[in-house]
Design a protein around this ligand. Structure first.
Ligand code: DX5
Ligand code: ZN
Length: 218
């Protein structure tokens, strides 16, 4: 069944605990934490301390940390120690993604790899055996509230054709119209920011996105 990971980038920064509690009570499966370094993407967001506070307050909610930063190798240990369950890095980093993915696994976290829209699946084929998850960006990373890029849909088929058996996650512009398109291609995890945090009925929306089923904890 499709897992739902609300992205706190879309939460009210002055009421983060209230908004996360609302998502947890609505039945979300994970919590997606978008970390931005103002260099890899032109925006700045959360730190390890936010992850630590979230893990202390919501210990049963797996934290799915998406590092949109140039040098994740310098920070993965601190995010793991802060309580990240999953750490996803980008294929486009200047360093060596394979080494960072192996470090993440060695820290006891689930490693993931994310693709910007312009990065083809063929670029990451050698890295797939090191990943528990691939995050297909369906917007240019850096900001919430953007429009869904439907031309990213074939990447899901390409990943499965390449024999990837891990989780496929999508992030950016997901809502009740776009999630069914992704689910039809085997999406496993939906990262949803604006649509969920601006919804009056997030629980109903999550059920709709799951196709009326019930979400299972990761
Ligand atoms: C982009 C961010 C967003 C966010 C979700 O870097 O990763 O995709 O999580 O944004 P919405 O759901 O508001 O498009
Ligand atoms: Zn993200």
């Amino acid at each position: 069944m499709l897992l739902i990971a609300p992205s706190i980038l879309a939460a009210d920064p002055l009421n983060l605990e209230r908004d996360v509690l609302r998502m947890a009570e609505a039945g979300c499966d994970w919590l997606h934490v978008d970390v931005m370094d103002a260099h890899f993407v032109p925006n700045l967001s959360f730190s390890m301390e936010t992850v630590r506070a979230l893990h202390r307050r919501f210990p049963d909610l797996p934290l799915d940390v998406h590092l949109m930063m140039d040098n994740p190798e310098n920070y993965v240990e601190r995010f793991a120690e802060a309580g990240a369950a999953r750490i996803t890095i980008h294929a486009e980093i200047p360093g060596n993604p394979a080494a960072v993915l192996q470090t993440i696994r060695g820290l006891g976290c689930r490693p993931g790899l994310s693709l910007k829209p312009r990065t083809p699946v063929t670029d990451i084929l050698p890295l797939l055996p090191l990943c528990d998850l691939v995050l297909v960006m369906t917007v240019e990373p850096g900001f919430g509230g953007q429009s869904f890029m439907a031309d990213m849909l074939p990447k899901l088929d390409q990943l499965r054709t390449a024999g990837f058996s891990g989780l496929i996650e999508a992030d950016g512009g997901l809502d009740e119209e776009t999630v069914p398109l992704l689910r039809a291609r085997g999406l496993d995890v939906a990262v949803v920011g604006t649509a969920l945090f601006h919804s009056a009925e997030p629980g109903r929306m999550m059920e709709e996105m799951r196709g009326k089923g019930t979400g299972h904890k990761a």
